[in-house]
Design a binder for this molecule. Structure first.
Ligand SMILES: [Ca+2]
Ligand SMILES: [Ca+2]
Length: 696
């Protein structure tokens, strides 16, 4: 169909379906035209026309595209507009309108009343052999009453290359790390001739892949050449191997087919692999329990470490809003393959609505927070609509909070001050009771906002205190709790206490070792390792140390202050042997540490000695760092004071274990003249504020 037949077709439709209207409009158009001719002096601003903006369509050769515009008579009077189209060279087109226009070949005349809007439909046929590119068609509307009143818009057709090859669309597969996935595509030669296609794959970085075809292609590693007759369809099989250590996420492989007859007519599709997190933890499924309002309900779950290593899991619950809950533990360390038990206790509010309420329990592995798992438990609360409201809320139940030692992360002794806050509606909070384990409770005390309390004994570690409150009418709150880290006598203000161990010994079978004491220094009690007095030639030889065991919580951190004073060198700059040092180690006693380990820990490197305001992350038992100075022999003795330094030690590698920390000072000599407490150049160290806490 050429543009003329299209045009006639539109005109014929108008005549057949709207003959009366068309006749009327034609007469009206004629009348306006006559008026314009009769009154050429009428000012152009009395007339005006607007066209809606142009747009862009992307298509292939041989297709038909349609652009629709609105045309508005924005003049003061009825007017007739001449509509003209300037298409790309050699393109057929047709223009129709609503209301119907009058034929003015090859253009269109359209009459519109003042303010009236019409619709224009421009149809363009892209030639079959049109090269790819962008082509513009211009549509002009010109007032027949005032020649200056004109509107011009452009539409754009972006022509794609001629299609020669088609690939079936990509798809998405969800899988686990370490698996192999397969995507199958069809490839069709939609060109006019037999053609050969170069098939290439762009896989996610680091992934292995393979590409096969039916019919068989020719290997052109790392690509494939496949010949297909005109209209022939083949099958492509893309195999991707997800690496074992692949992080979770969405990954894309791009498959490209390039016709060798026309390299611009490439077909491209993408396949997507969604990689699940590596499974590290498994929770037994959720259950549903039916209970009355006010009831306490317990859900039991088994948690299994299905990862490859010992791991610590953080447990969290998302209960219905306003519901109180507790878990028997908030962190749990399990060996690989080990299973633990979780007890989740919920208190259904007295005013809970009847029906189903859900609770989500989440376990997050410390080793890989992306691999958390969640299960949902459901509480079916029974409705008792016949119960009087006053009965359902009787007796009133208090709600409260407990804070240990004003919220400090660490305390140094078992006796702490608890701060309490409780409220109740329709009653008074009258009593309170406490527990160190949530099971054995103290006798009811009169309610007060503070309470002196003793944490449970045992070695340094995490402590929990629970509280319950009771109203004068007998309503008892669910337990609330707070936690604190007990680091026994880490401030030394009350002496060594029971949990610090200390000792001393010689070096290479000589000397008695160094003393350890608690001294007043700068206004506070500090540990002194070694002695501040004693002359050259009469100083002790050997080591002195302090140590303590800690039950390390999940994400445990230890910090302390130290200050080294030395007149000696830590290591002989020519002979490479160690003289005087301060040494901090975990699960390895001072006398077990070798010079090779000291070298490995940087004790002979100026910039690794005496760490300050830094976090060290030991991966296992052994020496963590050294303190001391490096001085050439000809410069000895040299007075040196490190000043107070603070280090934090990330005990993550020791989570959930009982761990022993050692701090030692050494005085070493290598010649018989100085053996047996005849050492030169004194070294001593202060230590204070040994704290245990939980990291971020
Ligand atoms: Ca102190
Ligand atoms: Ca010395």
């Amino acid at each position: 169909m050429n543009h003329r037949t299209s045009y006639w077709h539109l005109a014929l439709a108008a005549i057949l379906s709207l003959a009366v209207t068309a006749l009327f409009l034609s007469l009206l158009s004629l009348g306006v035209h006559t008026q314009a001719v009769a009154a050429p002096a009428l000012p152009a601003q009395g007339y005006g026309v607007q066209l809606s903006p142009g747009s862009t369509i992307t298509t292939g050769p041989g297709t038909v595209v349609t652009f629709t515009h609105t045309i508005t008579n924005v003049g003061q009077l009825t007017d007739t507009f001449l509509l003209e189209v300037d298409p790309p060279a050699g393109w057929e087109y047709a223009l129709g309108s609503d209301p119907q226009g009058t034929l003015g070949l090859p253009s269109l005349l359209l009459s519109l009343g003042r303010g009236q809007t019409g619709t224009l439909v421009l149809t363009l046929t892209v030639p079959l052999n049109q090269p790819p590119g962008s082509h513009t068609v211009v549509l002009t509307a010109t007032s027949q009453s005032a020649q200056g009143a004109t509107a011009i818009v452009s539409d754009t057709v972006v022509v794609n290359p001629i299609e020669r090859v088609q690939l079936s669309p990509g798809s998405t597969i969800t899988t686990d790390p370490g698996t192999v996935v397969t995507f199958t595509h069809t490839i069709t030669n939609v060109g006019q001739l037999t053609d050969t296609f170069l098939l290439e794959v762009d896989p996610p970085a680091g992934w292995e892949y393979a590409l096969g075809s039916d019919p068989q292609g020719t290997l052109g590693l790392p690509s494939l050449l496949l010949s297909l007759g005109r209209g022939q369809t083949g099958t492509l099989v893309l195999t991707l191997t997800v690496p074992f250590n692949q992080r979770p996420g969405s990954y894309t492989a791009v498959l490209t087919a390039t016709p060798q007859s026309d390299q611009g007519a490439t077909a491209i599709v993408s396949d997507t692999v969604v990689v699940n997190p590596i499974e590290r933890v498994r929770l037994s499924p959720g259950t549903t329990k039916r209970v009355d309002p006010g009831a306490v309900v317990t859900f039991t779950h088994l948690i299994t470490n299905v990862g490859q290593l010992t791991d610590t899991f953080t447990l969290a619950a998302a209960p219905p809003a306003q519901w109180q809950w507790s878990l028997n533990t908030l962190t749990l360390t399990l060996r690989d393959g080990q299973t633990g038990t979780l007890l989740l206790t919920l208190t259904v509010p007295h005013n809970a609505r009847g029906g189903f309420h859900t609770l989500i329990l989440t376990a997050t592995p410390f080793s890989d927070p992306d691999a958390s798992r969640a299960v949902t438990d459901t509480v079916h609360v029974t409705s008792y609509i016949y119960l009087p409201l006053v009965m359902r809320n009787y007796p009133p139940v208090p709600a409260g909070t407990i804070t240990i030692e004003s919220g400090k992360p660490t305390v140094y002794r078992a006796n702490v001050t608890l701060t309490l806050s409780a409220t109740i509606t329709g009653d008074q909070v009258a009593y309170m009771t406490f527990s160190n384990d949530g099971q054995n409770w103290s006798a009811w005390d009169n309610y007060a906002t503070t309470k002196s309390w003793d944490l449970v004994g045992g070695i340094s570690g995490l402590r929990t205190v629970y509280a319950r409150f009771k109203g004068s009418k007998g309503g008892i709150s669910t337990p609330v709790y707070d936690t604190v880290y007990l680091a026994w006598d880490g401030d030394f203000e009350q002496g060594w206490g029971t949990y610090w161990s200390r000792g001393q010994g010689g070096f290479s079978g000589h000397g008695t070792g160094l003393p350890q004491s608690i001294v007043q220094f700068e206004g506070s009690n500090r540990v002194l390792l070694g002695t501040t007095t004693g002359g050259d030639g009469a100083l002790p030889v050997g080591y002195g140390y302090i140590s303590q065991q800690y039950q390390v919580p999940a994400n445990g951190r230890l910090s302390f202050k130290y200050r080294v004073h030395s007149r000696d060198t830590i290591v002989g700059t020519t002979i490479g042997l160690y003289y005087d040092s301060f040494e901090f180690s975990i699960n390895r006693a001072p006398w077990e540490i070798t010079d090779a380990e000291r070298n490995a820990r940087g004790c002979n490197e100026q910039n690794r000695l005496n760490p300050h305001q830094t976090t060290l992350t030991p991966q296992g038992a052994g020496l963590v760092f050294c303190g001391g100075q490096v001085v050439a022999a000809q410069n000895l003795p040299r007075e040196w004071d490190s000043g107070w330094r603070t280090v934090t030690v990330d005990l993550g590698a020791f989570s959930g274990t009982t761990t022993t920390l050692y701090m030692a000072v050494w005085s070493r000599e290598y010649q018989p003249a100085f053996y047996n407490n005849q050492a030169y150049y004194n070294t001593y160290t202060y230590v204070d504020d040994v704290e245990l806490w939980q990291g971020p």
